[in-house]
Design a protein around this ligand. Structure first.
Ligand code: HEC
Ligand code: HEC
Ligand code: HEC
Ligand code: HEC
Ligand code: HEC
Ligand code: HEC
Ligand code: HEC
Ligand code: HEC
Length: 447
C-alpha cells in the first residue's frame, strides 16, 4: 500500500514538474524585457505564435533581443518605456550571425538597391512612375527606408523586404527577404518558392525554367522525401532526389559549406547585354560542379557546361554584339538620338538583350529547353532579323542616309556566313559550308 502511494506520489511530482517545465523554462530562457513585450503583444497573436514556433524561441532570443535599439540611432523609437526599432537589419542579426551577414553583405543581393542610375531605373522612374516603382521594382530590389521624426517608418518606403534594402543604419539588405518573419525557418528558405518571389517573369524566369527542368519535376514528385526540415542539409548525404535553387546556389554540399553569397558559384554574368566571365570564375565553376557531383558523373557535368558556354558565345557573337554595335553606330551618326527609350530601335535592342536574351541564357543554364529556344533565342532572332534590321533601314532612309544602311549590311550581315541568308536567301549549295563554319566557330555539330 505504502509503496503504491509512494509511486503515485512520485509520478505526481514528476507530472507536476513536467507540466511546470515548459513554463519555467520559457520564462528562464526569455529576458525580462521580452516578457514585458509579450504582455501587450499577445494582441498580435500571429507574430507571437510564429516566433514561438521558431528556433529563436527555443534559444531564448525574444522580441527585445532583436528589436532593441540605442537612443540616438536613426530609427530608434520610444515605445512604452523601451527603445526599439521596427527594422531588424542585417547589422542587428550580425550580432549573433556574423558569418551569414558578412557573406550577404559581399553579395550582389546586398547591392540590388543601387538601381537608380541604370537603364531599368530610367524606364521605371520615367516611363512608369514613382509609385509604380514603390510597389514594383523596390519590392524586389529594396527601398531606401526613410524614418519619420518619431522613429516610425515613412509609408512610401515601408513595408519593404527587398533584397538590397538600404536600412536606416546604413546596412544593406533584408534577411527577411528569404527568412520570413517571425519563424526564420531554414526549411522555408530552402524551397524554390522563396526565391520565386523575385526570380521570375519575362526578364529573369529562373522559377519557370526550374519548374520545367527535370530538377523541378523531381522536386514536385519527391518534395516530402527531401528532408528539408533537417538541421543539416547536405546534397548527397541528407537528400538525393532533386536540387532546389538553394541546393545549387547556397546550401552545403559534400565539399563546401553554406554560403550567403549567391554569386559564389557563378562563372558567367548571364544578365548583362553581352555575357562575360565573372572574376575568379574557375574557382566558382569548381564549386558549382562540386554541387552537381553529388548526383551526376563528371563527364555529364562537363558536357553540360560545354553546351552552356557554346550557347552563351553564340548569343554574344551572333546577336548581342552586332545589335549593340549597330545601335551605337546609329547614335554616333546622328540617325537616332543618344537618349535611351526615345527611338523604336532603343526598345527593340532593350528587349533583345534584357528580355529574350536573358531568358535564353537562363534557360540554357538551368536546363529549361523551352526558355532556351522558344521564349529565348527564337525571339532574339525574330527581333534581330524582322525588327532591328528593317527599323535600321527605315531610320537611315528617314535621315536621308541610305548608304549608311548599305554599310551596316556589308559589315554585319553580308560579311558573316551565319547571317548571309538574310540578304542572299537560303542557298542549298552553301548549307554544307555553313555547317562547317558553325562547327568551327562554336565547336558544335549542326544537324
Ligand atoms: C504597453 C504595451 C506594449 C509594450 C510593453 C510593448 N509594445 Fe510594442 N506595440 C504595442 C502596440 C499597441 C503596438 C501597435 C501600435 C500600432 O498599431 O501602431 C505595438 C507595435 C510594435 C511594433 C511595430 C511598430 C510599427 O509602427 O509598426 C514593434 C516593432 C513593437 N511593438 C515591438 C515591441 C517590443 C520589442 C517590445 C518590448 C521591448 C514592445 N513592443 C513592448 C504595445 C506594446
Ligand atoms: C530574430 C529576430 C526577431 C525576433 C526574435 C522578433 N522580431 Fe519582430 N521583426 C523582425 C524582423 C526582421 C522584422 C521585419 C523588419 C525587417 O525586415 O527588418 C520584424 C518586424 C516586426 C514587426 C512589424 C511588422 C509587422 O508585421 O507588423 C512587429 C510588430 C514585430 N516585429 C514584433 C515582434 C514581437 C512582438 C516579437 C516577439 C514576440 C518579435 N517581433 C520578435 C525580427 C525579429
Ligand atoms: C541574440 C542573438 C540572435 C539574434 C539577434 C538573431 N538570431 Fe538567429 N539564431 C540565434 C540562435 C541562438 C539560433 C539557434 C541556433 C541553433 O539552433 O543552432 C538562431 C537560429 C537562426 C536561424 C536558423 C533557424 C532554423 O530553422 O534552424 C535563422 C535562419 C536565423 N537565426 C536568422 C536570423 C535573422 C535573419 C536574424 C535577424 C533578423 C536573427 N537570426 C537574429 C540567435 C540570434
Ligand atoms: C519581380 C521582382 C523584380 C522586379 C519587380 C524588378 N526587378 Fe530588377 N531584377 C530582379 C532580379 C531577380 C534580378 C536579377 C536577375 C538575374 O540575375 O538574372 C534583377 C536584375 C535587375 C538589374 C540588373 C542588375 C545587375 O547587376 O546587372 C537591374 C538594373 C534591375 N533589375 C532594375 C530594375 C528596375 C529599375 C525595376 C523596375 C522598373 C526592376 N528591376 C523590377 C527582380 C526584379
Ligand atoms: C537569398 C535568400 C536568403 C537571404 C537573403 C538570407 N538567407 Fe539565411 N539562409 C538561406 C537558406 C536557403 C538557408 C538554408 C541553407 C541550408 O542549410 O540549406 C539559410 C540559412 C541561414 C542560417 C542557418 C545557418 C546554418 O548553418 O544552419 C542562418 C543563421 C541564416 N540563414 C541567417 C541569415 C541572416 C542573418 C541573413 C541576413 C544577413 C540571411 N540569413 C539572409 C537563405 C537566405
Ligand atoms: C526579394 C527578392 C529576391 C529574393 C527573395 C531572392 N533574390 Fe536573388 N536576386 C534578386 C535581385 C534583385 C538580384 C540582382 C541583384 C543585382 O545584381 O543588383 C538577385 C541576384 C541573384 C543571383 C545572381 C548573383 C550574382 O552574383 O550575380 C543569384 C544566383 C540569386 N539571386 C539567387 C537567389 C536564390 C537562390 C534565392 C532564394 C534562396 C534568391 N536569389 C532570392 C532578388 C531576390
Ligand atoms: C541544378 C542546379 C541549379 C538549380 C536547381 C538552380 N540553378 Fe540557378 N544557376 C545554375 C547554374 C549552373 C547557373 C549558371 C552558372 C554559371 O554562371 O556558371 C545558374 C545561374 C543562375 C542565376 C544567375 C543569372 C545571371 O543573370 O547571371 C540566377 C539568378 C539563378 N541561377 C537563380 C536560380 C533560382 C532562383 C533557382 C530556383 C528557381 C535556381 N537558380 C535553380 C544552377 C542551378
Ligand atoms: C540532388 C541531386 C542533384 C543535383 C545536386 C543536381 N542534379 Fe541534375 N538531375 C538530378 C536527377 C535525379 C536528374 C534526372 C535524371 C533523368 O533525366 O532521369 C537530373 C537531371 C539533370 C539534367 C537533365 C538530363 C536529361 O537527361 O534531361 C541536367 C542537364 C542536369 N541534371 C544537370 C545538373 C547540373 C549542371 C547540376 C549542378 C549545377 C545538377 N544537375 C545538380 C539530380 C541532381
Amino acid at each position: 500500500m505504502k509503496f503504491r502511494w509512494l509511486l503515485t506520489g512520485m509520478s505526481g511530482i514528476v507530472m507536476l514538474l513536467y507540466l511546470a517545465g515548459p513554463t519555467l523554462a520559457a520564462s528562464d530562457r526569455l529576458s525580462e524585457q521580452t516578457l514585458e513585450c509579450l504582455k501587450c503583444h499577445d494582441a498580435m497573436p500571429g507574430i507571437v505564435q510564429q516566433w514561438e514556433n521558431s528556433a529563436h524561441w527555443n534559444a531564448g532570443v525574444g522580441c527585445f533581443e532583436c528589436h532593441q535599439a540605442q537612443v540616438g540611432e536613426p530609427d530608434a523609437m520610444d515605445h512604452y518605456g523601451f527603445t526599439v526599432a521596427i527594422i531588424v537589419s542585417p547589422q542587428d542579426c550580425a550580432q549573433c550571425h556574423p558569418r551569414e551577414a558578412a557573406e550577404q553583405e559581399a553579395s550582389h543581393h546586398a547591392k540590388a538597391g543601387d538601381i537608380l542610375n541604370t537603364k531599368d531605373g530610367i524606364l521605371g522612374q520615367t516611363v512608369g512612375g514613382e509609385s509604380a516603382v514603390a510597389v514594383g521594382c523596390r519590392q524586389c530590389h529594396g527601398s531606401l527606408v526613410k524614418v519619420n521624426k518619431d522613429g516610425t517608418l515613412d509609408a512610401s518606403t515601408w513595408p519593404n523586404t527587398g533584397i538590397g534594402r538600404v536600412n536606416p543604419d546604413g546596412s544593406k539588405g533584408a534577411c527577411s527577404a528569404c527568412h520570413t518573419r517571425h519563424r526564420f525557418s531554414k526549411e522555408q528558405a530552402r524551397q524554390p518558392e522563396t526565391c520565386g518571389k523575385c526570380h521570375l517573369g519575362p526578364e529573369h524566369p529562373q522559377k519557370e525554367v526550374y519548374e520545367e527542368s527535370k530538377h523541378g519535376i523531381l522536386y514536385r514528385a519527391f518534395k516530402d522525401e527531401l528532408n528539408m526540415d533537417r538541421p543539416k542539409w547536405v546534397a548527397g548525404e541528407d537528400y538525393y532526389d532533386a536540387p532546389t535553387c538553394a541546393t545549387c546556389h547556397m546550401s552545403a554540399a559534400r565539399g563546401q559549406e553554406i554560403t550567403h553569397d549567391v554569386g559564389d558559384r557563378l562563372s558567367w554574368d548571364l544578365r548583362a547585354p553581352v555575357s562575360q566571365r565573372t572574376g575568379d570564375y574557375e574557382r566558382k565553376l569548381e564549386k558549382m560542379q562540386d554541387v552537381c557531383s553529388s548526383c551526376h558523373g563528371q563527364s555529364f557535368v562537363e558536357g553540360f557546361y560545354s553546351q552552356l558556354s557554346e550557347f552563351v558565345l553564340l548569343y554574344n557573337e551572333k546577336f548581342a554584339v552586332p545589335a549593340r554595335e549597330i545601335r551605337s553606330l546609329l547614335m554616333k551618326e546622328g540617325v537616332i538620338s543618344k537618349a535611351d527609350f526615345d527611338d523604336r530601335i532603343d526598345w527593340i535592342y532593350w528587349e533583345l538583350w534584357h528580355h529574350e536574351g536573358r531568358r535564353a541564357r537562363h534557360g540554357a543554364a538551368m536546363s529549361g529547353p523551352d526558355y532556351a529556344w522558344w521564349h529565348g533565342i527564337y525571339e532574339v532572332a525574330k527581333h534581330f532579323y524582322t525588327e532591328l534590321l528593317p527599323e535600321t533601314e527605315e531610320a537611315c532612309e528617314k535621315a536621308g542616309r541610305p548608304e549608311l544602311y548599305e554599310q551596316i549590311i556589308a559589315k554585319f550581315i553580308d560579311g558573316r556566313p551565319e547571317h548571309e541568308w538574310y540578304t542572299k536567301g537560303f542557298d542549298p549549295k552553301r548549307l554544307d559550308a555553313m555547317k562547317t563554319y558553325y562547327r568551327e566557330r562554336y565547336q558544335q555539330d549542326v544537324q
